[in-house]
Design a protein around this ligand. Structure first.
Ligand code: P1T
Length: 418
C-alpha cells in the first residue's frame, strides 16, 4: 500500500500558476470525467478499489483512508491556491495541528505565538507533552524569537491574524530567524484564507487551515488541510495521515472543493462588510477599541499591507464593548442578523464572546495577558449586505449599553454613570 503520495502534477490543459486566483479556484483539481464528460466530479463513496491481480490495483487507488479521488482533487486545488507542491487534507483543523506536532521527534521543543485558537492552545498545553513535545508561548514573537530558541527547537507556530485578537506577525522576520537554526515555520492561515494571504510566499514552510472556515465557507463541513513544498515532509505527514486515520470523507472533500471555487468572491464581500462594520464600531461611543487589520489604526497595519492581497483586512474583527461582560452578552443577544455561535468564515455572519466560548479553556490571567477580556466580542462577517450588517451592529450597541435608569442609587444613562 502506498503511504506517500506523488507530487501534484498539473494535468495537460489545466490552469497553471500563471493563472489568477479565481481561475485556479474554479479549475484546479477539477478535470472533467474522461469517460462521461461530467463537468462536476462524482462523489467516490467506495471505501476500497478492485485489483486485477494481488497487489495490482486497477488504478491508483487501493483503500479510501490512504487516498481517494475526491480528497486528491481537493488537495490539488488547495496546493495550487497556496502556491505549494503538496497539500494533505484531514478530518479537522485540529487533526492537522495534532498530526504536525506528532511528526516531531520525542523531546522536541516548539515556540508558539501566545494568542492562538483555544483548541490549538489546548493541544499544545495538554496533549503534546504525552509525546514528549514542550511548547513555549510568546506574545511578541518577532521581537524575542531568538531568545526562546533551544537546541531541541524544531518548529515555530504562528497564527496571523491571531484568533481572536487579530494581531499580525511578520512571517518573513520569524522565518529568517528560524531558518538560521534549521527550524521549520508553520502558519495557521485560517482567518484569512489563501485568497488574502499565501504564507509560503513569505518564507513559511507549512501553511495550515481549518477548512471548516473560509475554504469550505458554508458552515456544513469540519475539515483541515496542510500545504507545503518539502518532499521529506510529504513522506512523513502522508504516512501519519494514513496511520492516524484522521481523514475527511469523500463527501466532505467534495463539499469543501465546491465551496473553495467561490472563495475569492466570498472573501472579497466579507472584507467589504468587515471594513464597514469596523468603521461603524470605531466611531461608536460604546466601544473601547476595535481590532481589524484592514484599518489604518491597526498597530500591525504595515504587515497587512506587506502580507495580505491589496492590504485586505479579511472578514474577521473583534472589539471591546463598554459595560463589561454583561454588555458583551447583551450585545450578542440583541443582534438580529448575526448568529450567536462559535466558528467563522461562513456565508452567514456570526458573533461570539471568546472568553466564555472559543477561548474559555485558557486560564483568565493568560487570556487577559493577550487581550481576551470578558468584554471582547468577535465577529465573523458573512456575505450579507454591508448596510444591514452595520445597522444591526449599531442598534445592538444601543441596546447593550442601556442599563436601568437607577443603579446603586446613581442615575445611569447609556451605560455610563452620569
Ligand atoms: O474546528 P477545526 O476544524 O478543528 O479547526 C481548528 C482551528 C484551527 N485554527 C484556527 C485559527 C481556528 O480558528 C480553528 C477553529 N476555530 C473555531 C472553531 C473558532 O470558533 O474560533
Amino acid at each position: 500500500m502506498a503511504f506517500s503520495k506523488a507530487p501534484i502534477e498539473t494535468p495537460p490543459g489545466a490552469p497553471s500558476l500563471t493563472h489568477r486566483f479565481g481561475t485556479m479556484a474554479v479549475h484546479a483539481g477539477s478535470p472533467h470525467d474522461p469517460v462521461t464528460g461530467a463537468v462536476i466530479e462524482s462523489i467516490s463513496l467506495s471505501t476500497t478499489f478492485a485489483q486485477t491481480a494481488v497487489g495490482k490495483p486497477v488504478g491508483k487507488y487501493e483503500y479510501s483512508r490512504s487516498s481517494n479521488p475526491n480528497r486528491d482533487n481537493f488537495e490539488t486545488a488547495v496546493a495550487a491556491l497556496e502556491h505549494a507542491k503538496y497539500a494533505l487534507a484531514f478530518a479537522s483543523g485540529s487533526a492537522v495541528t495534532a498530526t504536525i506536532l506528532q511528526s516531531l521527534d520525542f523531546g522536541s521543543h516548539v515556540i508558539s505565538v501566545s494568542d492562538v485558537y483555544g483548541g490549538t492552545h489546548r493541544y499544545f498545553t495538554q496533549c503534546a507533552k504525552a509525546h514528549g513535545v514542550e511548547v513555549t508561548f510568546t506574545p511578541e514573537i518577532e521581537i524575542d524569537v531568538r531568545d526562546h530558541i533551544q537546541k531541541n527547537t524544531k518548529l515555530i507556530w504562528i497564527e496571523t491574524p491571531s484568533n481572536p485578537t487579530l494581531r499580525l506577525v511578520d512571517i518573513r522576520a520569524v522565518a529568517t530567524a528560524a531558518h538560521e537554526h534549521g527550524i521549520k515555520v508553520v502558519v495557521d492561515n485560517t482567518f484569512l484564507s489563501p485568497y488574502v494571504q499565501n504564507p509560503l510566499d513569505h518564507g513559511a514552510d507549512v501553511v495550515v487551515h481549518s477548512v471548516t472556515k473560509y475554504i469550505n465557507g458554508h458552515s456544513d463541513v469540519v475539515m483541515g488541510v496542510a500545504a507545503f513544498n518539502s518532499d521529506k515532509l510529504q513522506e512523513r505527514l502522508s504516512f501519519l495521515q494514513n496511520a492516524g486515520g484522521a481523514v475527511p470523507s469523500p463527501h466532505d472533500c467534495w463539499l469543501a472543493h465546491r465551496g473553495l471555487k467561490t472563495l475569492h468572491l466570498r472573501a472579497r464581500e466579507a472584507t467589504i462588510n468587515a471594513t464597514s462594520v469596523a468603521q461603524a464600531l470605531a466611531a461608536s461611543p460604546h466601544v473601547i477599541s476595535v481590532n481589524y487589520p484592514g484599518s489604518d489604526s491597526h498597530p500591525h497595519r504595515k504587515i497587512a499591507i506587506k502580507q495580505h492581497r491589496d492590504g485586505m483586512g479579511g472578514g474577521m474583527l473583534s472589539f471591546r464593548i463598554k459595560g463589561g461582560e454583561g454588555a458583551s452578552e447583551r450585545f450578542c443577544q440583541s443582534l438580529n442578523i448575526y448568529v450567536l455561535a462559535e466558528s467563522l468564515g461562513g456565508v452567514e455572519s456570526l458573533v461570539e464572546v471568546p472568553s466564555t466560548m472559543t477561548h474559555a479553556g485558557i486560564p483568565k490571567d493568560q487570556r487577559e495577558a493577550v487581550g481576551i477580556f470578558d468584554d471582547l466580542v468577535r465577529i465573523s462577517c458573512g456575505i450579507e449586505d454591508s448596510e444591514d450588517l452595520t445597522a444591526d451592529v449599531l442598534q445592538a450597541l444601543e441596546k447593550a449599553v442601556v442599563f436601568p435608569k437607577i443603579q446603586n442609587g446613581l442615575a445611569v444613562q447609556n451605560g455610563h454613570v452620569e
